[in-house]
Ligand binder design. Structure first.
Ligand code: MSP
Length: 536
């Protein structure tokens, strides 16, 4: 049933331009957005920039510009960056925008006018003393520090005292305990926080007990003033989280608001406590429904090292995209690691995976099948009357076969088409991108073996047509979910198969299968990378 689907990336800090790490989150969200569009859902993919706070004030000053000029520059660079990387976000929010000021002010007032479940005010003024990490823009309790350093950045935390407004987070302890307890009854993959390790991590934080959190600053100038008290600026995290509501049209309840209930927030592990604890409590405090799911992934390192400007090892994925193709960057990032765990990006692994999965298993299968179809059958191949792929599918995933049959019936698809859709759907529902791709490749791999065993080059014309027709059938079915992972190659493949029906990410229409595939010869989709040649 088509429905609404909203997905968000964190809004990235505009103190530095986006890099590989941000690309990973944005590509993961992009695959989900494209998949839901392909399935007919009304999709709203929101991303953007977090432009307030002391860090941005500092970098702007150091570069001799105003914070706004600095943010404008980074925003135009980042928008170009994500556009080149094929990210199909529907909106790009910047927290310095007027719509966000309106939403933040309305949200603050809504929270301030209500009480926490323990009857105390949600927001109150007080004094804060704590250990502050300027990079996190967050306070830590003494016990959370590691040898006096921030547990995330490893840099010294500073003891600060300031007048501040507090959000009464501890008043939501009971509500959050109940929320997470209640989730235990669900299968791990359906819980509020995914994957399970992260769900357990959040429960661990909850068990330690929540403390009220400081949500305003007097020492920072770059931010929205607290309504009614302009000596204070709203704390950057409180301001930033509200971006998700601003994107959905808050405080107005326009067309986009209909997406809110379906929202999935995707991010890396370091900002989980903000999204899985603070944010739900803020929403409860404002009387707004909670997001559907908080989905958390790991960190990418580069050649074994943490990416950092000072080490000079920050990867710009556009360089790989220009050298090898955008599809191969998308494929590598989503296929290389299980979603949720840390991963390492290296040129060597990139090339290995490119050559084995894209050039060899997939590209070569396409190329040799179409070449043979021209050599033996003048590029016209009858679609097979019966297909071996049902048997191949059942051999591997017997438990899913009845669902595939139902999907085939409901959507008037062939078994093979429904099989690929089910494999992609099962992986992406979690989401587990690696799983979805591994399953798709497994079935495509069986077509490779089929071609080798059946050896059409030794057969008569009728047999050649049967064998090649069956491989083309699998390629057509695979190309459909591949439109979301490797869109350029999947489009080219469909064009080579004589199917010029879809234009993702726009309105998607699937042509009915022809009786005869009328092929167009094309260049290899993923030419092999010659590792002997010196790197460019
Ligand atoms: N501005 C906050 C988020 C506010 S959301 C309401 C922030 N910004 S950030 O620029 O530091 O972005 C962090 C996010 O970027 C991570 O959670 C992740 O999505 C992505 N990544 C940045 N570097 C990364 C890696 N090295 N590896 C994986 N993802 C990374 O936090």
């Amino acid at each position: 049933m088509p429905g609404k689907f909203m997905v968000t990336t964190p809004i990235y800090y505009s103190n530095a331009p986006a890099h590989l790490g941000h690309t990973y989150t944005s590509m993961a969200c992009d695959v989900l957005a494209r998949w839901h569009r392909l399935r007919g859902d009304d999709v709203f993919y929101l991303t953007g920039l977090d432009e307030h706070g002391g860090n941005i004030e500092k970098v702007a000053k150091a570069s001799g510009t105003s914070p706004q000029e600095w943010c404008d520059r980074i925003a135009s660079e980042d928008i170009a960056f994500f556009r080149e990387l094929g990210i199909t976000n529907d909106d790009f929010i910047r927290t310095t925008e007027e719509r966000h000021r309106i939403a933040t002010e309305a949200f603050w007032k809504a929270v301030a006018s209500r009480q926490a479940p323990d009857g105390k005010p949600n927001i109150y003024k007080g004094e804060y003393t704590g250990w502050y990490c300027a990079k996190c823009e967050a306070y830590f309790a003494e016990g959370e520090l590691e040898a006096g350093n921030c547990p995330i950045h490893g840099t010294p935390a500073e003891k600060l005292k300031e007048e501040t407004y507090f959000f009464h987070l501890s008043g939501y302890q009971g509500e959050l305990d109940r929320l997470f307890e209640g989730e235990l009854a669900k299968p791990a993959e359906e819980r509020f926080v995914y994957p399970e390790t992260r769900f357990n991590e959040v429960r661990g934080i909850l068990r330690e007990g929540l403390r009220d959190i400081s949500i305003s600053r007097t020492k920072v100038g770059w931010g929205f003033p607290v309504p009614g008290d302009p000596n204070h600026v709203i704390y950057v995290w409180f301001d930033a989280l509200i971006n998700y509501l601003t994107g959905a049209g808050y405080p107005g309840k326009g067309e986009r608001w209909g997406h809110w209930d379906s929202v999935i927030h995707v991010m890396a592990k370091e900002i989980i406590r903000f999204h899985a604890l603070l944010w739900p409590a803020m929403l409860m405090a404002a009387g707004i429904p909670l997001p559907r799911k908080v989905v958390v992934h790991g960190w990418w390192t580069v050649e074994g090292d943490k990416m950092s400007k000072s080490k000079g090892n920050v990867v710009d994925p556009r360089e790989f995209s220009r050298e090898f193709s955008l599809d191969s960057v998308r494929y590598f990032l989503l296929r290389e690691i299980e979603f949720g765990v840390d991963g390492d990006f290296s040129r060597k692994r990139f090339i290995e995976r490119y050559n084995s999965d894209l050039a060899n298993d997939f590209g070569n299968l396409v190329h040799r099948t179409i070449s043979m179809a021209f050599r033996y059958l003048e590029g016209r191949v009858k679609r097979p009357a019966s297909s071996p792929w049902e048997g191949e599918f059942i051999k591997r995933w017997e438990g899913r076969a009845s669902r595939v049959r139902e999907a085939a019936k409901a959507e008037s698809l062939t078994f093979t088409q429904a099989a690929f859709i089910t494999l992609a759907n099962d992986g992406l529902a979690l989401p587990q991108f690696q799983q979805a791709l591994a399953d798709i490749w497994e079935l495509v791999g069986s077509a490779n073996k089929f071609l080798d065993t059946e050896a059409p080059w030794k057969k008569e014309k009728d047999e050649q047509e049967r064998i090649l027709g069956q491989v083309l059938e699998v390629l057509e079915a695979a190309s459909w979910p591949l439109l979301v992972f490797i869109p350029d190659a999947a489009m080219k493949l469909r064009a080579q198969l004589g199917l010029t029906d879809v234009l993702p990410p726009g309105p998607v229409k699937r042509a009915s299968l022809p009786e005869i595939f009328t092929l167009t010869a094309g260049d290899p989709l993923f030419p092999r990378i010659d590792t002997k040649k010196p790197a460019k």
